[in-house]
Design a protein around this ligand. Sequence first.
Ligand code: PFF
Length: 461
Amino acid sequence: MGKEKSFNKIESEGKNREQFSSRFGLLATAIGSAVGLGNIWRFPYIVGQYGGGAFLVVYLAMVALIGIPIMLVEFVIGREGRRDAINSFRKLAPNKPWFMSGVIGVLAAFFILSFYGVVAGWTLEYIRMSLINGFSGLGSEGMVNHFSVFISHPIKPVITQVLVMAATGIIVSTGVQQGVEKAAKILIPMLVVIMLILNVYAFMLPGGAAGFEFLFKPDFTKLTKEGVLAALGHAFFSLSLGMGIMITYGSYIPSSEKLTSTALNISLADTVLALLSGIAIFPAVFAFGIEPTSGPGLVFISLPNVFAKMSGGYIFGVMFFVLLFLASLTSTISLLEVVVAFLTDQFKVERRRAAVLSTLAITMVGIFASLANGPLNGVKIFGSNIFDFIDNTTANYFLPIAAFISVIYFGWFLDKNIINKQISNGEIEKYKGFINIFMFLIKFVVPIAIVVVFLFQIGQI
Ligand code: PFF
């Protein structure tokens, strides 16, 4: 089966869906969505908050046993449905409530983008500061101070957030994201190179060894039940699962492509980038006497210290923040795309109008998330400020619940022939053993694990 054939098939459905032109293009686009602030900003800060090595072990287990199988589930549903997240479910299971998984996913994308745009905006400030060499001579305390003064400012972080959202909206509405996604092919390898350089530097940092120990020497007494839930939530967040993004991308994958290796490669790349980020950051955290539990400021406080000290730090600093900004832009684009694809497919709203409306609405919510770090810090929802509430609720609840629904549908209700066809690409014999193990994971292990983590969290176990 060639790409031609699958393209004709899609066209004959009256839906002229685009497809990825090459395997590398497909991988780069999906990796571009998966790799972003989740790997470089969120991963280290929650590893720090939940105690280091033991959390990392749980996280890796979550990626392997839950994340990768779910990515494959989303790809199969998308490639079979050939529609956006919600309408793929509607097509495969008409008049059944399974599409609710897609609805929760679209909502999750909406809310995640609201605070994600704020953090992507912070990277703009860090590009500016790096360019004017503003961090040199600030010292550790000065860096902490700069970060907290900036994010709590009532106007500045709102301006950078609006800039990010405007860029995202323009790219999605004009459909030039193909160009941006092509750029991801260069961007992600560059990010890897710069992370590797920072990793080498981390090995040489005096006092950095404690950081390696923190990250790689698990101390299970530090693991909490909130940590286990956070590990699950972050696996979804980082792999872009549970919000229909991989269903939407799956709908663009040619029939000839092997979904299993695609899912494995993307997950591997995403995890390697998170680890590289941890290795770059934790030695610096310890070397410069920063608290690993500092929260969302961790990367913004620790790395400028490194850049201020290392030779060539000016250029590395600028490059790092530019790359981080661009990596977050490929993710904001894919988040907005989820919402826009839904509005255009569902309500037949014109693409440009859908992009403008959703960008405006998400930016409005995001402004509250931004202000939550400053003037609105006192406004609490269940004990957290608005920013933390949106961050944690979407990752820890929306994404696992949406994924849970699709996994139950896939494991227990979706026609087995569809699964066999999509996973084996016609080579059923070769994939038989794999499909059996995979189905066991999807029918039992994944849903039970999600339920157990929830019960554990609410104190029922
Ligand atoms: N996976 C992205 C990250 O780790 O930064 C965040 C993300 C992007 C999540 C796009 C979901 C998504 F649809």
